[in-house]
Design a protein around this ligand. Sequence first.
Ligand SMILES: Cc1cc2nc3c(=O)[nH]c(=O)nc-3n(C[C@H](O)[C@H](O)[C@H](O)COP(=O)(O)OP(=O)(O)OC[C@H]3O[C@@H](n4cnc5c(N)ncnc54)[C@H](O)[C@@H]3O)c2cc1C
Length: 341
Amino acid sequence: MNNNLLPIEIIGGGLAGLSLGLALRRKNVPVKIHDKGGYPKHRVCGEFITGLGATTIDRLGLAPFLKDALHHHSVAWFIGGRATKIQTLPQPALAMGRHQLDQRLADSFVQSGGVLCSNSRITDSLTLPGRIVATGRRKGESSWLGLKIHAFDFPLDRDLELHLGDQCYIGLTRLPLGRVNICGLFAKRDLSAKGAKLLLIYLRAAGLNKLATRLAQADFDADSFCVVAAVGFDRRVSKAKGMSLGDACAMIPPFTGNGMAMAFQSAESALHPVLAYSRGQMDWQTVCMTVQNDLRRRFQTRLVSAHLLHPFLLVPRRQRWLARLTRSRLLPMQTLYSVLH
Ligand SMILES: Cc1cc2nc3c(=O)[nH]c(=O)nc-3n(C[C@H](O)[C@H](O)[C@H](O)COP(=O)(O)OP(=O)(O)OC[C@H]3O[C@@H](n4cnc5c(N)ncnc54)[C@H](O)[C@@H]3O)c2cc1C
């Protein structure tokens, strides 16, 4: 370890925190990551990655971690229970389980000499020089709930099926090792059940009866079930003091499948300025401003575009408009995917 380098402390060991920590370790920077949980863990995530370019993969050295990710080319849209459109993605998306991906990054970070403090929740002094916040979505008022579970060998129409219901959408994605990710965003309702049963009653409440009946036959991995409440979305990059990366800086609506790419891209944006700080070449305030400006430049268009489209996926009346536009080939999703890089 080079003692002349200033240490960096990262709060939150998800994709943003681990990928930045690892990239800094490769430059010999002393790095400590605190995570309030442990590894491996299932997370509420569709595990479908759009917009992650070769440059980001290269700069963060992510290729070995993504080596067995599936490459997906098509999305089948179902609106109001009807198959509406098969969309070819402008660029293939990757699909890989977080249970495996986060564990691989965490192992590699530790092997590179990084210090990983599991079960360590940090809530204060977040703006201290050298401290980076990568704690995921910010908690706030929201009526949205995320549910996720894996099933084994469940047949799909396409690489990704996206179903729009009443105040909900849900994606079904093929993953490596014969798994299928089933993950949805739902308006919170007064419903109670456990595990896959909760998912099925939420689907029925949202009018997605056919899908619920199909999924009732699935062979679920009960351990993979997880829920997240109070999911909120951002229209702009956070102006909070200090440095925030990944969802902590801006959470894009999940239908884009772009949150994981944004977590990596924010780590990529932070890498050189943080390195300059560690080498004593830039003060912390300038580093934070440089990174925040870069994140704003990179993310603003996609955040606003996704925010404008989001209500069209959730409300049946608007979904009918979306279906009409889709049939007349004015698919707004194609335009959206092209700004996700
Ligand atoms: C329903 C839903 C579906 C989604 N589907 C997709 C998808 O298909 N594709 C996609 O790309 N994205 C998807 N996302 C978004 C994606 O999961 C996130 O954008 C991504 O995980 C962000 O990574 P991150 O590193 O910023 O945060 P996270 O992965 O959330 O990691 C944050 C880490 O910080 C830790 N932490 C939190 N607070 C503290 C604390 N105080 N102290 C210490 N540690 C702390 C947590 O334990 C966690 O490990 C989805 C999100 C939701 C809600």
